[in-house]
Design a protein. Sequence first.
Length: 302
Amino acid sequence: MPKISIIIPTQRRPLGLATAMASVVAQQGVDVADLELVVVDNDAKPSAQAAVEALTAPFPVVYVHEPVAGVANARNAAMAVANGEFIAFLDDDEEAPPHWLATLLAVQAEFQADAVFGPVRARAPDTVRLHRPYLEAFFSRPGPAEAGLMDDYFGCGDSLVRRAALPDPVKPFSALRNFIGGEDDMLFGQMKAAGARFAWAPQAWVWEDPVPDRLSLRYAIPRAFAYGQGPSSAAAVRADRLGVARWMAIGLVQAALFGLVAAVKWVIQAPDRAWALDRAARGLGKTLWWGPFKIGFYGRTT
């Protein structure tokens, strides 16, 4: 049985998927006998099947077709067939350097972590000029310069999880987040509440190449609003009314303060105006977090 299953969810991103899969095949410092790659295709039609089955790799490559829309559905479908003791997650717009997996495993062993996260370095094409620094930062994940245990957690992209630490080793992702995302945040929040150990691996970084239609404020600011909803909605799931009230109050202050700053910066066309708008949107999301204000970023397969 393989020791590590690498999972790549995908949906109609053939070029990104090809890059991600090639970077997995090029991994070094890991015994190929310990590996398997699982690609889950969350498209109504099995559009990625031919590319996955044509991949030449020194370890098993498993194709999974999950036609039912939803990011949690896709991840759970891959988990259902993955055999690894450890699960490494890579997105279909990411490219992992050859040392990536070996570094995640080394940090996990050093700190006996239940989940390990690494940095994400977004790169926008040269054609993107307006708000380029903000957009690259928006899709990036920075962190401490040194490896070590951490109190917080990040999303699945560029992570390694010990399967035995999951609340459900086969179906750990909540279908409640199928269309709005954050299914990974909910999972890691549950693990944290159960006492899981999280670690940071600064050398296990990956490149991220966002699809062109996401490299604009039209996408990033609504997504920032949705990210802001996370803490309030997570507190609501735990029936933590005081927590919901606290996050909503924090959000009101942030929305008012950074909204004013953003308005001023927009009037004077300050180069960093997008950053203030982002903070205001996240604050507003903390306040307006329930049903009618949820934004669906996932769940389309046609």
